[in-house]
Design a protein around this ligand. Sequence first.
Ligand code: AMP
Ligand code: FE
Ligand code: FE
Ligand code: ZN
Length: 283
Amino acid sequence: MTRIDLHCHSTASDGTLTPSELVRAGAAAGLDVMAITDHDTTGGWAEAAAARPAGLTLVRGAELSCRWYGVEPAIPLHLLAYLFDPEEPQLAADLARLRADREQRAEKIVELLRADGVDISWPEVSGYAAGGSVGRPHIAQALIRAGLVRTTSEAFASRWLGARYFVPKADLDVFEALRAVRAAGGVAVFAHPNATVRGRIVPDKLVVELAAAGLFGLEADHEDHSPQQRAHVRSLAGELGLVVTGSSDFHGTHKTVKLGAFTTDPAEYGKIVTAATGVSVLG
Ligand code: AMP
Ligand code: FE
Ligand code: FE
Ligand code: ZN
């Protein structure tokens, strides 16, 4: 049986395993194929490629912070982009802008917390991100260190990073992101599209529009989807001719989910590989 996990994070964003540790952990977990999909960065690609164990196929990707501006207020969403050319100027500039905004936003959140007497600092949080894409989990780490919460999840409660100290990111217009990924030879899959546990979700009619604009697939099997949501996403993908993926969205110890907890069917994976023209899979 081929085990394929197409959504994993490393320390290049908010995962807790370095890219080398991630690919080794993937092989140890019995994966045959794994994708590295850090938030808004390809910064982990080279290290993951260099450390890739024989027998593990590596798919290079990223998870793009997007927003749908069709409603007010706009709804944030994540696009998984696979096998795109990281040198393509538009997409590279978009990713750089997203990362720069993540820094400013994290600094703002730290300032809000400090203004309320919380003893954390930007150098501390920035240190946890260690040059990677900064995210709220890094601020959560500081809140844990300060003894204010025990877990990352607790830090996402409404009294902390979930609402009271929430500052939005800039994000890319989802249609522009889709265009940029395609122009870079990549394939785009909508990550956890029905995950109401994360907040508002987009209507099916947007998925129809995205499919018409070149979206390639939908992530159905994900821990943040209920069985009903998985079935709904799967049937929507069927109607629209989109591929269906399943993945762990592994984040190391920032989350409890294990590598390979959800997997992608080999035939669906094959369609992604065939459609992409940016970079090849490794392995
Ligand atoms: P950001 O990208 O900075 O907005 O932070 C969102 C990230 O935080 C997601 O990609 C997850 O990795 C993580 N996250 C979101 N909600 C939770 C939660 N309830 N518990 C733990 N981690 C979470
Ligand atoms: Fe994350
Ligand atoms: Fe995501
Ligand atoms: Zn993710």
